[in-house]
Design a binder for this molecule. Sequence first.
Ligand code: ATR
Length: 273
Amino acid sequence: MAAPDRYAVIGHPISHSKSPIIHALFAEQTGENMRYEALDISPAELEEQLHACLTDGFSGLNVTVPHKENVIPLLDRLTERAELAGAVNTITRATDGTLEGDNTDGLGLIADLRDNLHIELIDASILILGAGGATRGIVPLLMEQQPAELMIANRTVEKAEALATTFAHLGNLTARGFEQLEDRNFHVIINATSAGLDGNIPPFPASLISPDTICYDLSYSMHGTPFVSWAKENGCKQAYQGWGMLIEQAAESFNIWRNIRPDTEYVRKRLPG
Ligand code: ATR
């Protein structure tokens, strides 16, 4: 048999990444002859190591924190959605050796919300908490689902306002500070802050949640996340961690590289969530 094609995820730190397990399960399920590893690359080594990887036989890379934005100047071109997101999570080496950056995070979120969890997004009121890189990546695809409104709330309100202005042409998009949310509840609330990573969450008003509200955390952990605990304690209808999005964005990357979309159910059954 020919040597397997090689892929990797690059990040810093990277030891907890589930991407090698997910891609190994995709390869098993589809019968693709490939290997996928995790490479710890610090910001200072990014440029040198990226080119070393891609001239050293890797056919593609996934990119995670903290490189999703910094990798852009090192690539030959971006897809339209990576350009819009201002971030790259998938790099493909073309047959002529050039590097294309893509972003499958938004597609992964929509696939999980709509196709796996059957959450109605059309005409829904949606709130995103946070206005960093993760939010920028998901706003265009959420707006494509034609919600009644999308509100972005952030600790630093100016960053929420800047994103709402950038994407104003896509529909009903507004911005708030966390302290300006007391009077509203939403059908869907998405946590895109990195606040839960230290075990705490900001004081989001409990009044955001009605018994019909569905909460979704882009973060995930083997032990649950503070946002999901907060959402359940305040009586939401359902609250989910971002395991499904993680698997779906990986499936989109796999599809870009191998031209076959794996059955994500096969992986979802084998990971927590
Ligand atoms: P990512 O790529 O994960 O989005 P980021 O671009 O650094 O990372 O954005 C982090 C987001 O989490 C921001 O919205 C940040 O709020 P600020 O813009 O006000 O900094 C939010 N965040 C991080 N820690 C937070 C905390 N303790 N309380 C509230 N928001 C927090």
